[in-house]
Design a protein around this ligand. Structure first.
Ligand code: ADP
Length: 342
């Protein structure tokens, strides 16, 4: 079941006094996020990712289309009705957005106060949430006494306070170092697994998608240009902009400049092979080369794991008679993609 479903959604910002042109931030986007998904939305700066999130939690109104959240078309709701919808959606931010004058416990309690929970219930819920994010001992601390990772854990506890079914994370780890990023991502995975919360992650960091997302949508100029399971989009991107993005994490295909360096350093023919899942058996590929008597050396590339499935590229320098190499490459082409730039 889709918990968030966008149908032909558009968002046009009116012309600003400065340049007099309107901006189409979201252009005819249709997207389904199923219950339990960790759905990544990626794209370059200005692609429309943040606008999309602000539409889903009704911080902004769309200019066209339908936005179904938990079975309700929020594009058609009035402001008073939207407040109830927002209670079902938690949000975490790049800059954490904690209230500096409130303790950790009172930050987490804030949405419960707004929603009118009685005092005793608030205290019990705050204690439970701080325990979940591992910050019970910081209940009385103020935000500026915490590290970035701790602040984001408070942000997560606060976002979960009213037991939302959806959590929106807008660049939630972009201000954190890599180690802290992985701690926060592990916590988000627990939120998803233990509470069944559907998570939408907006990020420009492909690593984040690779670590936690199950599905991904690539945005470019207000449109969703590609979507699907993370493994599929990463291992076989269809759109040029997705391919550019993916190449930043799935390293292994040498650039033209790198190829030139490889050619200088290595005798023989330089060939890049793609290994995708268990569909391509490395043993079979290397077996073919050995049997044909072609000497090979791995000179570039690597194998990544995306959701437990191996994927990557290896570039080899092959030495031997040209005719023999041609023949063996023809065999290998029946097993996998072979790229040779001569
Ligand atoms: P992203 O999150 O992918 O970086 P945004 O959603 O922030 O992209 O922006 C998408 C486009 O909409 C950009 O061209 C941006 O300048 C424009 N935009 C965003 N917010 C506003 C606004 N409040 N008023 C006018 N234009 C905006």
């Amino acid at each position: 079941m889709a918990v968030v479903s966008l149908r032909n959604v558009g968002k046009v910002y009116p012309p600003t006094a400065k340049d007099g042109a309107s901006v189409t931030a979201i252009d005819a986007v249709s997207l389904d996020v199923e219950a339990g998904d960790i759905y990544g939305i990626i794209g370059y700066s200005g692609a429309g990712k943040s606008t999309l999130v602000r539409l889903v939690n009704a911080l902004e109104r769309s200019t066209s289309g339908e936005i179904w959240v938990n079975g309700q078309n929020i594009a058609a709701l009035r402001e008073r009705e939207l407040r109830r919808v927002r209670l079902g959606i938690g949000m975490i931010f790049q800059q954490f957005n904690l209230l500096g004058s409130r303790t950790v416990a009172r930050n987490v309690a804030y949405p419960l106060e707004v929603a009118g929970y009685p005092k005793e219930q608030r205290a019990a819920r705050v204690a439970e949430l701080l325990d979940f994010v591992g910050l019970s001992d910081k209940a009385g601390s103020f935000p500026d006494q915490l590290s970035g990772g701790q602040k984001q854990r408070v942000g997560i506890a606060r976002a979960l306070a009213t037991q939302p079914s959806i959590l929106l994370a807008d660049e939630a780890t972009s201000a954190l170092d890599p180690e802290t990023t992985h701690e926060v991502l592990a916590l988000l995975k627990r939120v998803n697994a233990e509470f069944g919360v559907t998570i939408i992650v907006i990020t420009h960091e492909m690593d984040v998608i690779q670590t936690i997302a199950t599905k991904v949508a690539v945005m470019d100029q207000g449109r969703v240009i590609e979507r699907g399971p993370v493994f599929d989009v990463f291992s076989n991107p269809q759109a040029a902009a997705s391919a550019r993005f993916v190449s930043t994490v799935v390293k292994g295909v040498p650039s033209a400049a790198e190829l030139a360096v490889l050619r200088e350093r290595h005798a023989g023919r330089i060939v890049t092979l793609t290994f995708r899942d268990s569909a391509v058996d490395q043993k079979a590929v290397f077996g073919e080369l050995s049997t044909a008597g072609v000497a090979f050396e791995v000179v570039y590339g690597g194998i990544n794991e995306i959701q437990g499935r191996p994927f990557g590229h290896l570039t080899l320098a092959l030495t031997g008679a040209d005719a023999v190499i041609d023949q063996v490459l023809d065999h290998i082409r029946t097993l996998t993609t072979v790229t040779e730039v001569r």
